[in-house]
Design a binder for this molecule. Sequence first.
Ligand code: 3PG
Ligand code: MG
Length: 418
Amino acid sequence: MPKLSVRDLDARGKRVLVRVDYNVPLEEKDGQMVVTDSTRIKETLPTLELLVSKGARIILAAHLGRPKGQREATMSLRPIAIMLAEMISRPVAFVDDCVGEKVEKTAGALKDGDILLLENTRFYPEEESNDPSFAGKLAKIADAYVNDAFGAAHRAHASTEGVARVVAARGGQCAAGLLMERELKFLGEELDSPVRPFVVILGGAKVSDKIKVIDRLLDKADTILIGGAMAYTFKLAQGFKIGKSLVEPDKTSVALEALAKSGKRGVKFLLPTDNVVATPVKTDKLNKKGKPIIDLTNPRINAEANISDAEEGVDIGPATAAAYAAELAKAKTILWNGPMGIFEDKRFAEGTNAVARAVADATRQNGAKSIIGGGDSVKALNKAGLGDTVTFMSTGGGASLEFLEGAVLPGVAAFSDK
Ligand code: 3PG
Ligand code: MG
C-alpha cells in the first residue's frame, strides 16, 4: 500500500509537527556553536516550503547529539533556528523546550505559514526510551505529523515513532516528507531493479558493520568492490599476511561465506591487490579517551599481496584504484558506501579520492546513476569538491545502512496508508 506523502496532506490552518534530522556537526568558535555542515538543514527546505505554501502552522522537532536525557548547552538547537531562518528567508521562532506549557502557548499562537523550532528532544530521557506518555505530550500540539528525518528513522524514539502512533490513533494523518521520499526512492526502489551493470563499492572499518548489506547486495549487484580496513578481514580469510592492519579475526568465516556466495551468484567480487601501508608507532600523547595516540610513519606503496609484520594497510594502492575505476567506468548504476582508507589523513586519501573521481566521471560521462549511502563517503566526496556531480547523496548514516540491509525502519513503518 503506498504511503501518505506531505504532498497529499490537507494542511491549511493545521498545526503540523514535522520531525527533521538537524543532527548537524557543530564546532565551538569564540564561545558560540557554529554549524560546520548545513546539508541536513538545506535538504529539508523543499518540505518546509511546500508546507508554508499549503498554509500549515509548522512545528519542527529534532534531536542534536547524544545529551543522554540531560540539558546540555552545547547541544541546543537555538543556533539552528537562526541558521534555518536565514536559509528559508522567513522568521523561525524557537522555544527552549519540546513539551509543556510554553510550547503549547507558542504553538497555539502560530499563524498559517509560521515556523517554530522546538528544543532538542533528547534533553528528555523519555525520547530515546520511546515513552508513550512523553509521545502523548509531543503530540498534544499536533493536528498532523510529517517525518522528514530519514537520518533518524532507524531509531524507534518518541519523536520518530511513538508520536506518530498517538497522532494516528486520534485519526490524524502521518505523512512522509519530501526528503524522506527521495531517500526511500534512491536507496530503495532505484536499487531494487537497477539499470545494469550495477557496481557496488563498499569500504569502512568492519566486515561486521557491512556483512548484512553485502549479503543483500550479492543478490542484486553485478560487481562488488571492497576497500577500507574491511578488506583485511577478507585477505586474512584467504590466507594472506596482513601485518598490523585493522582486522576482525573472528569474522573470517563470514568473509569466506560471502566470497563463496559471490562465486555461486556470478557476482564479480574484487579485493585490493595492492595497498598503501605505514608503520604504526605508539607515542606518549593520549587521545580524548585516554588511549595512546599512534603515529603512522613511513607510508609507502606495497605492491605485494602480503603485508609485512611491522606495517599496516591504510589505503588501497594505485593498481587497485585503477582496477576499481575501470569497473566503475562500465557501470550504469553505482552504490558507494564507506571510504577506501584513512581518508581524513591526506597521505591516505588517494584511494578514496580516486573512487570519488571515478564515480563522478561515470555519472557525468556515461550517464550512470550514482547513489552515495551517506556518512563518510559523502564527506569524502564533498572534500574532493565532487558532491554536486553525483545523482544522490543520502543524509543518513546508520539509517541508510540499516535500510540497505533491508530492515523496515520504525520511522518509515509509522506512515499512514494513502
Ligand atoms: C545520525 O546522525 O546518525 C542520526 O541523526 C541519528 O543520531 P544517533 O546516531 O545519535 O541516533
Ligand atoms: Mg548515528
